[in-house]
Structures are given as structure tokens and as C-alpha cells.
Write a protein of this length. Structure first.
Length: 252
């Protein structure tokens, strides 16, 4: 992936990792378009960071995705990088049927949202001389957090989908990268002040060092994510799963 001179669309970029990536990419000399559902919040970010652009886009709504892809093909014909970052994460109790709607929302956002974005934007990306799709999965794609079962499952599916996408696009101009974060101090699961989670700026520093490598790694995995990413290969999967099973939803 070229470090500068790109036109980049980042979904789920009004907070957390998505916003952090967008700001860093813009600072590096890229044209960045942030995407999210709340126009007022998008407008606030754009006003605070001159040069960044925005588009109202709901990855859970196929029509919203289609409208955005058609509009951006006209307004930004040089769009050559798609970062599929939009995602939600919630605690679940699999013995309580009331959580089914929560699980369905997670699948619609994390998995179907990523798949729909790829189908909608790949036709434009493959027309570019050089393009990149970055799918954000999670270290929990490799060892699940039992208290967030559907989130972990969707990220495992994103990992698998990304592998297949890479193979199907290997003869094209589109590079496919997976970003698999560890727990990071964001609002995703209310872990802004969690001492066990990685500070956001520290995470971004390490990611952007990986992006400087040539060729760009197929998987962007920071050091703190490696124990989960390689748990199966190292024979520590069951031990790590047992450790993660100790994390419980906070008391209401």
C-alpha cells in the first residue's frame, strides 16, 4: 500500500480506531473520506480537521452502501483504498434469548457490512492502477472472548472472507490487507480506561510502522495481538481461551 497520495474511504471512522486511522492517513498526505451514520458527528469532525471529507453511510443498509458507492464513483473517481473498519461489540449471554437481536445486529454490521462494502466498491477499485482493501478483523478472530461470542465469530468470518478475497483478487491491481487489533482503549466495549487494553496512539504508532514495510504485510498484527493470532500454531490456544473466559460482562 502506498503511504501517500491515495484517496481513502474509512468506514466506522467517527471514533476509536477508525478515526485514528483516518487522521493519521490524512496527515500522511492522503485524501481521506470518513464514513458513518451520524451526519452531525461527521460534520463536527470535518470542521475540526480541514481537508478531511465525509459521507453518510450505514453499512447495515444495502441501499445506503449502493448510493454511496455510486456517488463516490462520480465525485472521487480516483478512490483507491477502502478501509472496512465499521463494527460493533456487545456482551452476550447465550442462555438468554433476549440477546438474539444483539447477535443479529453484530452480524449485520461486522460481517454483512464488510461483505456488502466489498461487493459495492471492488468494481471501482479494480479500475485503479494500484488499490487496496483493508478489512479490520480482530485478534479475537483467532481465540474468541467467550463473553462476546458473536463479535468473535464475525471477526473469524472476516478473517476467512479476507483470505478468499485476496486469492480472488491476486491477479488484479488490488492488494488485500487484514488488520487484526488486540484490545485497544476505545469506546467499542467501554474500554477507554481499561489498563489491560492497548493505548490507541501506541497501537496506531505500531500499525503505521508496519505500513512502511515493503511489501506491506498481508496481516497487520501488533506485538500485543500476536499471542492470540498465533495461539493455535504455538499450542497455547486452550490456555489463552481459558484466560479470556475469565473476562465477564460488568455488573449492571
Amino acid at each position: 500500500m502506498n503511504g501517500t497520495g491515495n484517496t481513502i474511504l474509512v468506514t466506522g471512522s467517527t471514533s476509536g480506531i477508525g478515526l485514528g486511522l483516518a487522521l493519521r492517513l490524512h496527515k500522511a498526505g492522503n485524501r481521506v473520506i470518513i464514513a458513518g451514520r451520524r451526519k452531525a458527528l461527521l460534520d463536527k469532525i470535518v470542521s475540526e480537521h480541514p481537508g478531511i471529507e465525509s459521507v453518510v453511510l450505514d453499512v447495515c443498509d444495502p441501499q445506503s452502501i449502493q448510493r454511496s458507492s455510486e456517488a463516490l464513483a462520480v465525485s472521487h473517481p480516483n478512490l483507491n483504498v477502502l478501509v472496512n473498519n465499521a463494527g460493533i461489540m456487545h456482551w452476550e449471554d447465550l442462555t438468554d434469548s433476549g440477546y438474539l437481536s444483539t447477535a443479529e445486529d453484530i452480524v449485520a454490521t461486522n460481517l454483512l457490512g464488510t461483505i456488502r462494502m466489498v461487493y459495492a466498491f471492488t468494481p471501482q477499485l479494480i479500475k485503479q492502477p494500484s488499490a487496496t482493501i483493508v478489512n479490520v478483523s480482530s485478534a479475537l478472530a483467532f481465540v474468541p472472548l467467550p463473553a462476546t461470542p458473536t463479535y468473535s465469530a464475525t471477526k473469524a468470518a472476516v478473517h476467512s472472507f479476507t483470505q478468499s478475497l485476496r486469492v480472488q483478487l491476486q491477479a488484479s491491481s488490488v492488494e488485500v490487507i487484514e488488520l487484526a487489533p488486540p484490545g485497544v482503549r476505545t469506546s467499542l466495549l467501554g474500554q477507554e480506561n481499561d489498563e489491560h487494553a492497548m493505548p490507541l496512539e501506541e497501537f496506531l504508532d505500531e500499525i503505521f510502522e508496519l505500513l512502511k514495510l515493503s511489501p506491506t504485510p498481508r496481516e497487520l498484527v501488533v506485538e500485543r495481538a500476536k499471542p492470540l493470532r498465533f495461539a493455535e500454531a504455538s499450542g497455547s490456544h486452550d490456555e489463552v481461551l481459558k484466560m479470556l473466559a475469565e473476562y465477564k460482562a460488568p455488573a449492571a
